[in-house]
Design a protein around this ligand. Structure first.
Ligand code: ATP
Ligand code: MG
Length: 403
C-alpha cells in the first residue's frame, strides 16, 4: 500500500463557529457513504482540526480518489505517507525516499513545509525544513529548492507520528450534500435543469426531483433520458427521489381552454404548483429550476414573475444570470451534456406556440386560467395521486410506483 491515508482538506471559511461541528460530521458521513462503494475497509476520523481517511485493508487508489472526488465539501485530497516518530536522521532519510517515490524524474523545484506539533521533538520546524530540504538535495541533485514559487510543496507534519504528503488532488468544493436541507428540482431533459440541481447540491442541498411527462406525446425514451440525467447528478448527491408526473391531461386541457400564446406560461404555472405540493409533502423547503433570464419567452423577467407568483416556497434559480455557454461548460464538466442533447422531446416542446407572449400580464393570465375552473383541480389532484416514484442512483434505478 503506497499510501495508508488521505488527508482531506475542506474550506473552512464557510464553517466558522458553532456550525463547524455539524459541517464536519456531515462531511464524515458523506465520505463514509462514498467509500462504501469501494473495495476495502476504511476509517474516517477527525483529529485536531484534520480529517483523515485511513485504509484498514488494501484498496484501489484510483477507485478511492475518484469516489472522494465526488464528495461535496472536499477541496483537496492528499495521499499521505505515515511513519512512526523517529530520530531526525531517520526522519530525513525517510522524507527523501518518499520524495523520490513521489517525483521519480526529480526535475522539480520544491519547498519543504514542516509543522512540528510534537513539541519535545529535538528539531523545530525551521530546522526540520532546512535539514529535510538538504537531505532531498543530497539524494536527488536534479531537484531544486524554490521558496517563492515551488512546483512541489512537500509537507511534513511531526505529531505523535509523522505525516508526509505533497500531492493535492482537487475535490469538488462546496458543502456536504444534505447539510443545508432538501429542495425539489424541476428536472427536464434539457441542459439547464441538471446543472441547476448540481449547483444547489454543491451548496449542501439534498435534491429530490419532479419530471412532467406527457405520454403518449413524449416517448419512454424521454423519461429514460431524465432518469439517466438524474443518475449522473446522483454521482454527487447520492440517490435522487424522482417523481414522474403524468401531465398530459392538464396540458391538453390548457391547450383547449387558454390562448395559445400563453400556453407555456400557464403550463409552467401548473408545473410549479404541482412541484410545490409534492415538495411540501416530502419535506423539501424550496424549488429549483434551470431558468435563466431571457433564454426563451417563458424566461423573460415578466414571465418569470408570472411563474413565480404561484409559489409560496422560495424558488432557487442558480442559472439566472448565466450565459448558455457557461451552463454548457458546467454540463460538460459534470458529464450531463451528451445526455442532455439527445433529441427526445420533452413535454414542453410539443405544445409550444409559434409566438409565445414575452411580456405576460399576471392579471390577464389569472383571468384566462379561470377558463380551467371546471376540471383543473381534480386534474391536478389526479396528477399528484398518480405520481410514480423512481429512486435513481448512479448505477441504476428502481421504480417504486405510487408513493
Ligand atoms: P432545460 O434545459 O433544463 O430543459 P430549458 O432551457 O429547456 O431548460 P424551459 O423548457 O423553459 O427551459 O424550462 C425551464 C425550467 O423549467 C427547466 O430548467 C426546468 O427546471 C423546468 N422544466 C421545464 N420542463 C420541465 C419538465 N418537463 N419537467 C420538469 N421540469 C421542467
Ligand atoms: Mg427544457
Amino acid at each position: 500500500m503506497k499510501y495508508q491515508s488521505f488527508l482531506i482538506k475542506y474550506a473552512e471559511i464557510a464553517i466558522k463557529g458553532k456550525n463547524r461541528h455539524i459541517f464536519e460530521e456531515a462531511l464524515v458521513q458523506q465520505i463514509k457513504i462514498a467509500l462504501k462503494r469501494c473495495e476495502g475497509s476504511f476509517s474516517v476520523s477527525r483529529t485536531s482540526g484534520r480529517m483523515f481517511v485511513d485504509a484498514l485493508t488494501d484498496y484501489d487508489y484510483d477507485e478511492v480518489t475518484t469516489a472522494l472526488g465526488y464528495v461535496f465539501g472536499i477541496v483537496g485530497i492528499c495521499p499521505v505517507r505515515i511513519m512512526e516518530l523517529k530520530e531526525p536522521e531517520e526522519l530525513k532519510r525517510a522524507a527523501a525516499e518518499f520524495f523520490g517515490e513521489e517525483y521519480p524524474d526529480r526535475h522539480v523545484t520544491f519547498k519543504v513545509h514542516t509543522r512540528r506539533l510534537a513539541k519535545n521533538y529535538p528539531l523545530d520546524s525551521q530546522e526540520l525544513n532546512a535539514e529535510i530540504g538538504e537531505a532531498i538535495l543530497m539524494a536527488y541533485p536534479d531537484a531544486k529548492v524554490d521558496v517563492h514559487e515551488p512546483e512541489v510543496m512537500f509537507h511534513v507534519e511531526v505529531r505523535e507520528r509523522v505525516y508526509m504528503y505533497s500531492h493535492v488532488l482537487p475535490g469538488p468544493g462546496g458543502l456536504p450534500c444534505g447539510s443545508g436541507g432538501k429542495a425539489m428540482l424541476l428536472l427536464s431533459g434539457g441542459i439547464d435543469s441538471p446543472v441547476a440541481g448540481y449547483m444547489c447540491a454543491k451548496r449542501g442541498l439534498k435534491i429530490d426531483a419532479t419530471y412532467f411527462n406527457a405520454p403518449p406525446y413524449t416517448s419512454e425514451r424521454a423519461l429514460q433520458k431524465v432518469i439517466d440525467l438524474a443518475s449522473i447528478v446522483a454521482r454527487y448527491t447520492g440517490p435522487i427521489y424522482l417523481h414522474n408526473i403524468n401531465f398530459t391531461e392538464i396540458q391538453l386541457y390548457i391547450y383547449e381552454k387558454c390562448p395559445h400564446d400563453e400556453l407555456t406560461i400557464i403550463m409552467r404555472r401548473f408545473m410549479m404548483r404541482i412541484a410545490e405540493r409534492i415538495a411540501k409533502a416530502t419535506e423539501c423547503e424550496a424549488l429549483i429550476t434551470g431558468e435563466s433570464i431571457g433564454q426563451v419567452a417563458s424566461q423573460t423577467m415578466r414571465s418569470l414573475a408570472c411563474t413565480n407568483e404561484v409559489c409560496t416556497l422560495p424558488v432557487f434559480r442558480p442559472l439566472i444570470a448565466f450565459d448558455k455557454e457557461d451552463i454548457i461548460a458546467i454540463s460538460r464538466k459534470i458529464d450531463t451534456y451528451d445526455t442532455s442533447i439527445l433529441p427526445y422531446e420533452d413535454c414542453c416542446t410539443i405544445f409550444v406556440a409559434k409566438h409565445p407572449v414575452t411580456k405576460p400580464n399576471v392579471e390577464v393570465i389569472r383571468r384566462h386560467e379561470k377558463n380551467l375552473d371546471e376540471k383543473i383541480d381534480e386534474m391536478v389532484d389526479r396528477a399528484i395521486e398518480t405520481d410514480e416514484l423512481i429512486i435513481v442512483d448512479r448505477d441504476g434505478y428502481r421504480v417504486v410506483g405510487k408513493e
